[in-house]
Write a protein that binds this ligand. Structure first.
Ligand code: AHR
Length: 494
């Protein structure tokens, strides 16, 4: 049994945990948008809200989904928004990540924005740089947002929305160092400058997201645009965890490997923040970091990277989501909270069926993965003030030199404190003493299973789901909790 003491540091607030840190990503890839979210006018007995699966929408509303990025991903740099408005729609070659499909464009701008309204999600549209033009993206922005009586505004009204949509977040391309055009950093920087200048004329309130990558690209991009940094609100970076071995039959070492990779996401955010900070005295407004794709990408669902030769054929980008993946997500979210002063958004990839999906569908059935519940257990932190949690005693995670096996994140909102704890240890329980400066426990739930390899399925949908957790006062102002191995929990204090 691990013994750990955790202290919530109420007097050192880090910043506000923007709901945008709990964003999601829906790409026209595999069965994510088409089939997973959208069935359109298809002849089906599955109940729909205007073409979207009711069961999926209801589950997502309860997760929740405060932000949704669409339509890609790599798909975005082939997407022509006009194909997805009005009637009839164009059937095009749908392309992303090596897949080619018949794409009837029945899920277009109006439908996506209706989904966002249903979910209570802020929309984030990814624009086409790779095969598009500044004019095409300016037109999409005008179509969505103008309140002035223009042809594009009238067309939007004729298509059902007299009121402007007011979409704030716009991506200027996606992974333009790769699938979005194979640019070099300097060329993309100049291209970005041109797009952003024109977009700002159309809607000065739009928040623009530039494509970043690793240190080398980011440094060269920022240097090239150092006199134009006002044209950028967020710098996009992506992080997929790919070193965890098989999706289900992983070893103990691979279990720790994946959690360590998730943990290292925070360092990547910090290094990117340091690169932006070099230009701090030139900035009239801060540039945030948009980690707008993150999550686990197992070898079964990709033809590249470690063990990529073991992928399933054909590749569907679907993978099993175990309890380990849920814990990895919780580990990353801890880091997001700690970096909430520089990280302005984060989008889990992807929302349904594909990659690190919280929701899976199979015919008329739906299944919530352990990651769904991990995210749901973080709900009290959205919009709250992040507080550091000090680990003053405890075991180190095997395989690492300094990561504690038991960690936590805390936040406070409206006089209540929420603490989310993780016991990363593969097979040892943890006895936790928690100093939270709180008078009473309002609720406490734990997410675990007999095995970190546990998955939910349509046949066994509740193998991994939250259960009540006992939290006891020890009489000295501390709270005592026993955490099973490979578990996470959220305690909401009154
Ligand atoms: O999420 C799948 C793909 O991963 C996206 O299309 C792309 O941006 C990234 O490489």
């Amino acid at each position: 049994m691990i013994e750990t003491t955790l202290t919530v540091q109420h007097n050192q607030p880090i910043g506000t945990i923007s709901p945008r840190l709990y964003g999601h990503f829906a790409e026209h890839l595999g069965r994510c948008c088409y089939d997973g979210l959208w069935l359109g006018q298809s002849d089906t007995d599955i109940p729909l809200y205007g073409g979207f699966r009711q069961d999926v929408v209801d589950a997502l509303k309860a997760m929740p989904v405060p932000l949704l990025r669409w339509p890609g991903g790599c798909y975005a740099d082939h997407y022509h928004w006009r194909d997805g408005i009005g009637n009839p729609r164009k059937t095009r070659l749908g392309m992303s990540c090596g897949l080619q499909v018949e794409d009837d464009n029945s899920l277009g701008t109006h439908e996506f924005l209706a989904l966002c309204r249903m979910l209570g999600a802020e929309p984030y549209l990814a624009g086409n740089v790779g095969s598009g033009s500044p004019q095409e993206l300016c037109d999409w922005l005008e179509y969505c947002n103008t309140a002035i009586h223009t042809d594009l505004g009238d067309e939007r009204a004729a298509n059902g929305s007299r009121e402007p949509f007011g979409v704030r977040l716009w991506g200027v391309g996606n992974e333009n160092w790769g699938c979005g055009g194979n640019y070099d950093a300097e060329t993309y920087a100049r291209e970005y400058r041109r797009y952003a200048t024109m977009l700002r004329h159309v809607d000065p309130t739009a928040e623009l997201v530039a494509c970043g990558q690793e240190e080398d690209w980011n440094g060269r991009f920022l240097e090239t645009n150092q006199r134009h940094l006002d044209l950028m609100d967020h710098l996009s970076i992506h992080r997929y965890w790919i070193h965890g071995g098989p999706e289900i039959d992983f070893s103990e070492a691979q279990y720790y490997g994946l959690l360590a990779e998730a943990h290292a996401t925070e360092d990547f955010v910090c290094r990117t923040a340091d690169q932006i900070a070099v230009y701090a005295d030139k900035l009239r407004h801060p540039i945030g970091i948009a980690l707008d794709e993150w999550g686990v990408w197992h070898p079964e669902a990709r033809p590249w990277g470690p063990d990529g030769d073991k992928h399933r054929s054909p590749i569907t980008y679907e993978q099993a989501g175990t309890l380990r993946d849920a814990l990895a997500a919780a580990v990353a979210l801890e880091g997001f909270h700690r970096q909430c002063h520089v990280l302005t958004m984060a989008n889990l990839a992807q929302i349904v069926n594909v990659l690190h999906a919280p929701v899976m569908t199979e015919g008329p059935s739906i299944c919530l993965t352990p990651t769904y519940y991990a995210l749901q257990l973080h709900t009290p932190h959205l919009g709250a003030t992040a507080l550091p949690v000090e680990v003053t005693q405890g075991a180190i995670m095997p395989g690492s030199e300094q990561i504690s096996a038991v960690t936590a994140t805390a936040s406070t909102k409206a006089g209540k404190t929420a603490v989310t704890l993780i016991n990363r240890h593969f097979d040892q329980s943890a006895s936790v003493t928690l100093l939270a400066n709180a008078a009473a426990v309002e609720s406490a739930q734990v997410l675990t299973a007999d095995d970190p390899r546990a998955v939910n399925s349509v046949d066994q949908p509740e193998r991994v789901k939250p259960a009540a957790l006992a939290v006891t006062a020890d009489g000295t102002g501390c709270w005592r909790v026993e955490l099973p191995p490979h578990a996470m929990a959220t305690i909401q204090f009154a």
